[in-house]
Design a protein around this ligand. Structure first.
Ligand code: UDP
Length: 328
């Protein structure tokens, strides 16, 4: 298939590009390189440096590249920033995505794979989280993703758009060979910050609260390897050939892992101590979030290759030790 990967030079998108190539597809990338890195892409992959909201340019690319399916990873994803600057999130994550969808319909491209998030569930009433739990986001980031999910439902009914929305838990890790990985600026995610603290590239890690109602008092999250996420995006293609198909899947390993357990995994991978101090809770952090992904396992035959936090962190370490400054 000819696959347009919007945001394909970003963290998850670039891993998906690799997986698409490995599965025999032809990825073409649209990325404005605000957060993406051209260096994250193999040289044989064509990169169109345009904004996803530029309907004319995107429409031309859809037609010229004979695109069959669009994968959309290009979103702003800092929860805290979404609270202080919601318009930035509504314009990029919602308005620009609607433009992309309009360009697709105009070009008669009707298969879409969307990066959604467990943040659409807000603070769920029960755990693990199934796709059937109510969605009640507690920040604008989660709300913008839910808004797009709802728009997709309407477009599938009105225009026969087929789509899959994947609700990611905590994307983590890096390509097995360590040549691409996570490189955010600013970095806010636990695993890269803990690695940087271990090797002395940053000062001590701040652990946001150890008084949660969890076994060791720190928050539980569901870390899922970026290549496992990517493979689900490709496995869903078969389901998109039916016009108007609408699919929602949680993607996580289902293993609740605490902040202290991540620190231990980083110490194991790096062979160094992670200096840390416990500070106040971070606003908006639910005590525990982990997935029931049995629907993806059942319907997509999704096989998780990185089942435990040690293997995920070890892959992240291969990337960070090889490229201490990310893509530079
Ligand atoms: N966390 C932490 N210190 C940090 C960054 C994160 O203690 O410097 C904790 C955070 O409170 C959460 C977990 O690590 O419980 C994962 O946070 P991250 O920002 O990586 O992902 P999120 O779960 O917010 O999407």
């Amino acid at each position: 298939m000819n696959v347009l990967v919007v945001g394909g030079a970003g963290y998850i998108g670039s891993h998906c590009v690799r997986q698409l190539l490995a599965a025999g597809h032809r990825p073409v990338v649209v990325d404005n390189l605000v957060f993406g890195h051209a260096k994250a892409l193999p040289t044989m992959v064509r990169l169109h440096r345009v904004d996803l909201g530029d309907e004319e340019a995107v429409g031309r690319i859809l037609r010229d590249e004979h695109i069959d399916v669009v994968m959309h990873f290009a979103a702003f994803a800092y929860v805290g920033e979404s609270v202080t600057d919601p318009l930035k999130y509504y314009f990029n994550n919602v308005v620009a995505t609607l433009r992309l969808l309009r360009a697709m319909l105009a070009a008669n491209v009707k298969q879409f794979v969307f990066s959604s998030t467990c943040a659409t569930y807000g603070v769920p009433a029960s755990m693990p989280i199934t796709e059937l739990l109510p969605q009640a986001p507690i920040n604008p980031y989660g709300q913008t993703k839910l808004d797009v999910e709802n728009a997709l439902k309407a477009l599938s009914r009105a225009h026969g758009l087929s789509f899959a929305a994947f609700r990611y838990f905590n994307a983590a890790g890096a390509a097995e060979d360590g040549t691409i990985g996570e490189s955010h600026n600013p970095e806010t995610h636990l695993i890269p910050l803990a690695i940087d603290a271990a090797v002395g590239r940053r000062s001590a890690l701040q652990v946001f609260g150890n008084d949660y109602p969890t076994p060791d008092g720190t928050c539980l999250r569901d870390y899922v390897h970026v290549d496992d996420l990517s493979r689900a995006h490709i496995a869903v293609f078969d389901k998109l050939s039916k016009p108007g198909a609408a699919h929602f899947y949680n993607l996580g390993t289902g293993n609740p892992t605490s902040v202290f357990e991540v620190i231990q995994a980083v110490e194991k991978a790096t062979g160094k101590k992670v200096p840390y101090s416990v500070v106040a809770r971070r606003a908006g952090d639910p005590p525990a979030l982990y997935a029931d992904s049995s629907k993806a396992v059942r319907e997509l035959d999704w096989r998780i290759q990185y089942k435990d936090i040690d293997s995920i962190v070890a892959s992240a370490w291969r990337w960070h030790s090889r490229s201490p400054n990310g893509y530079g």
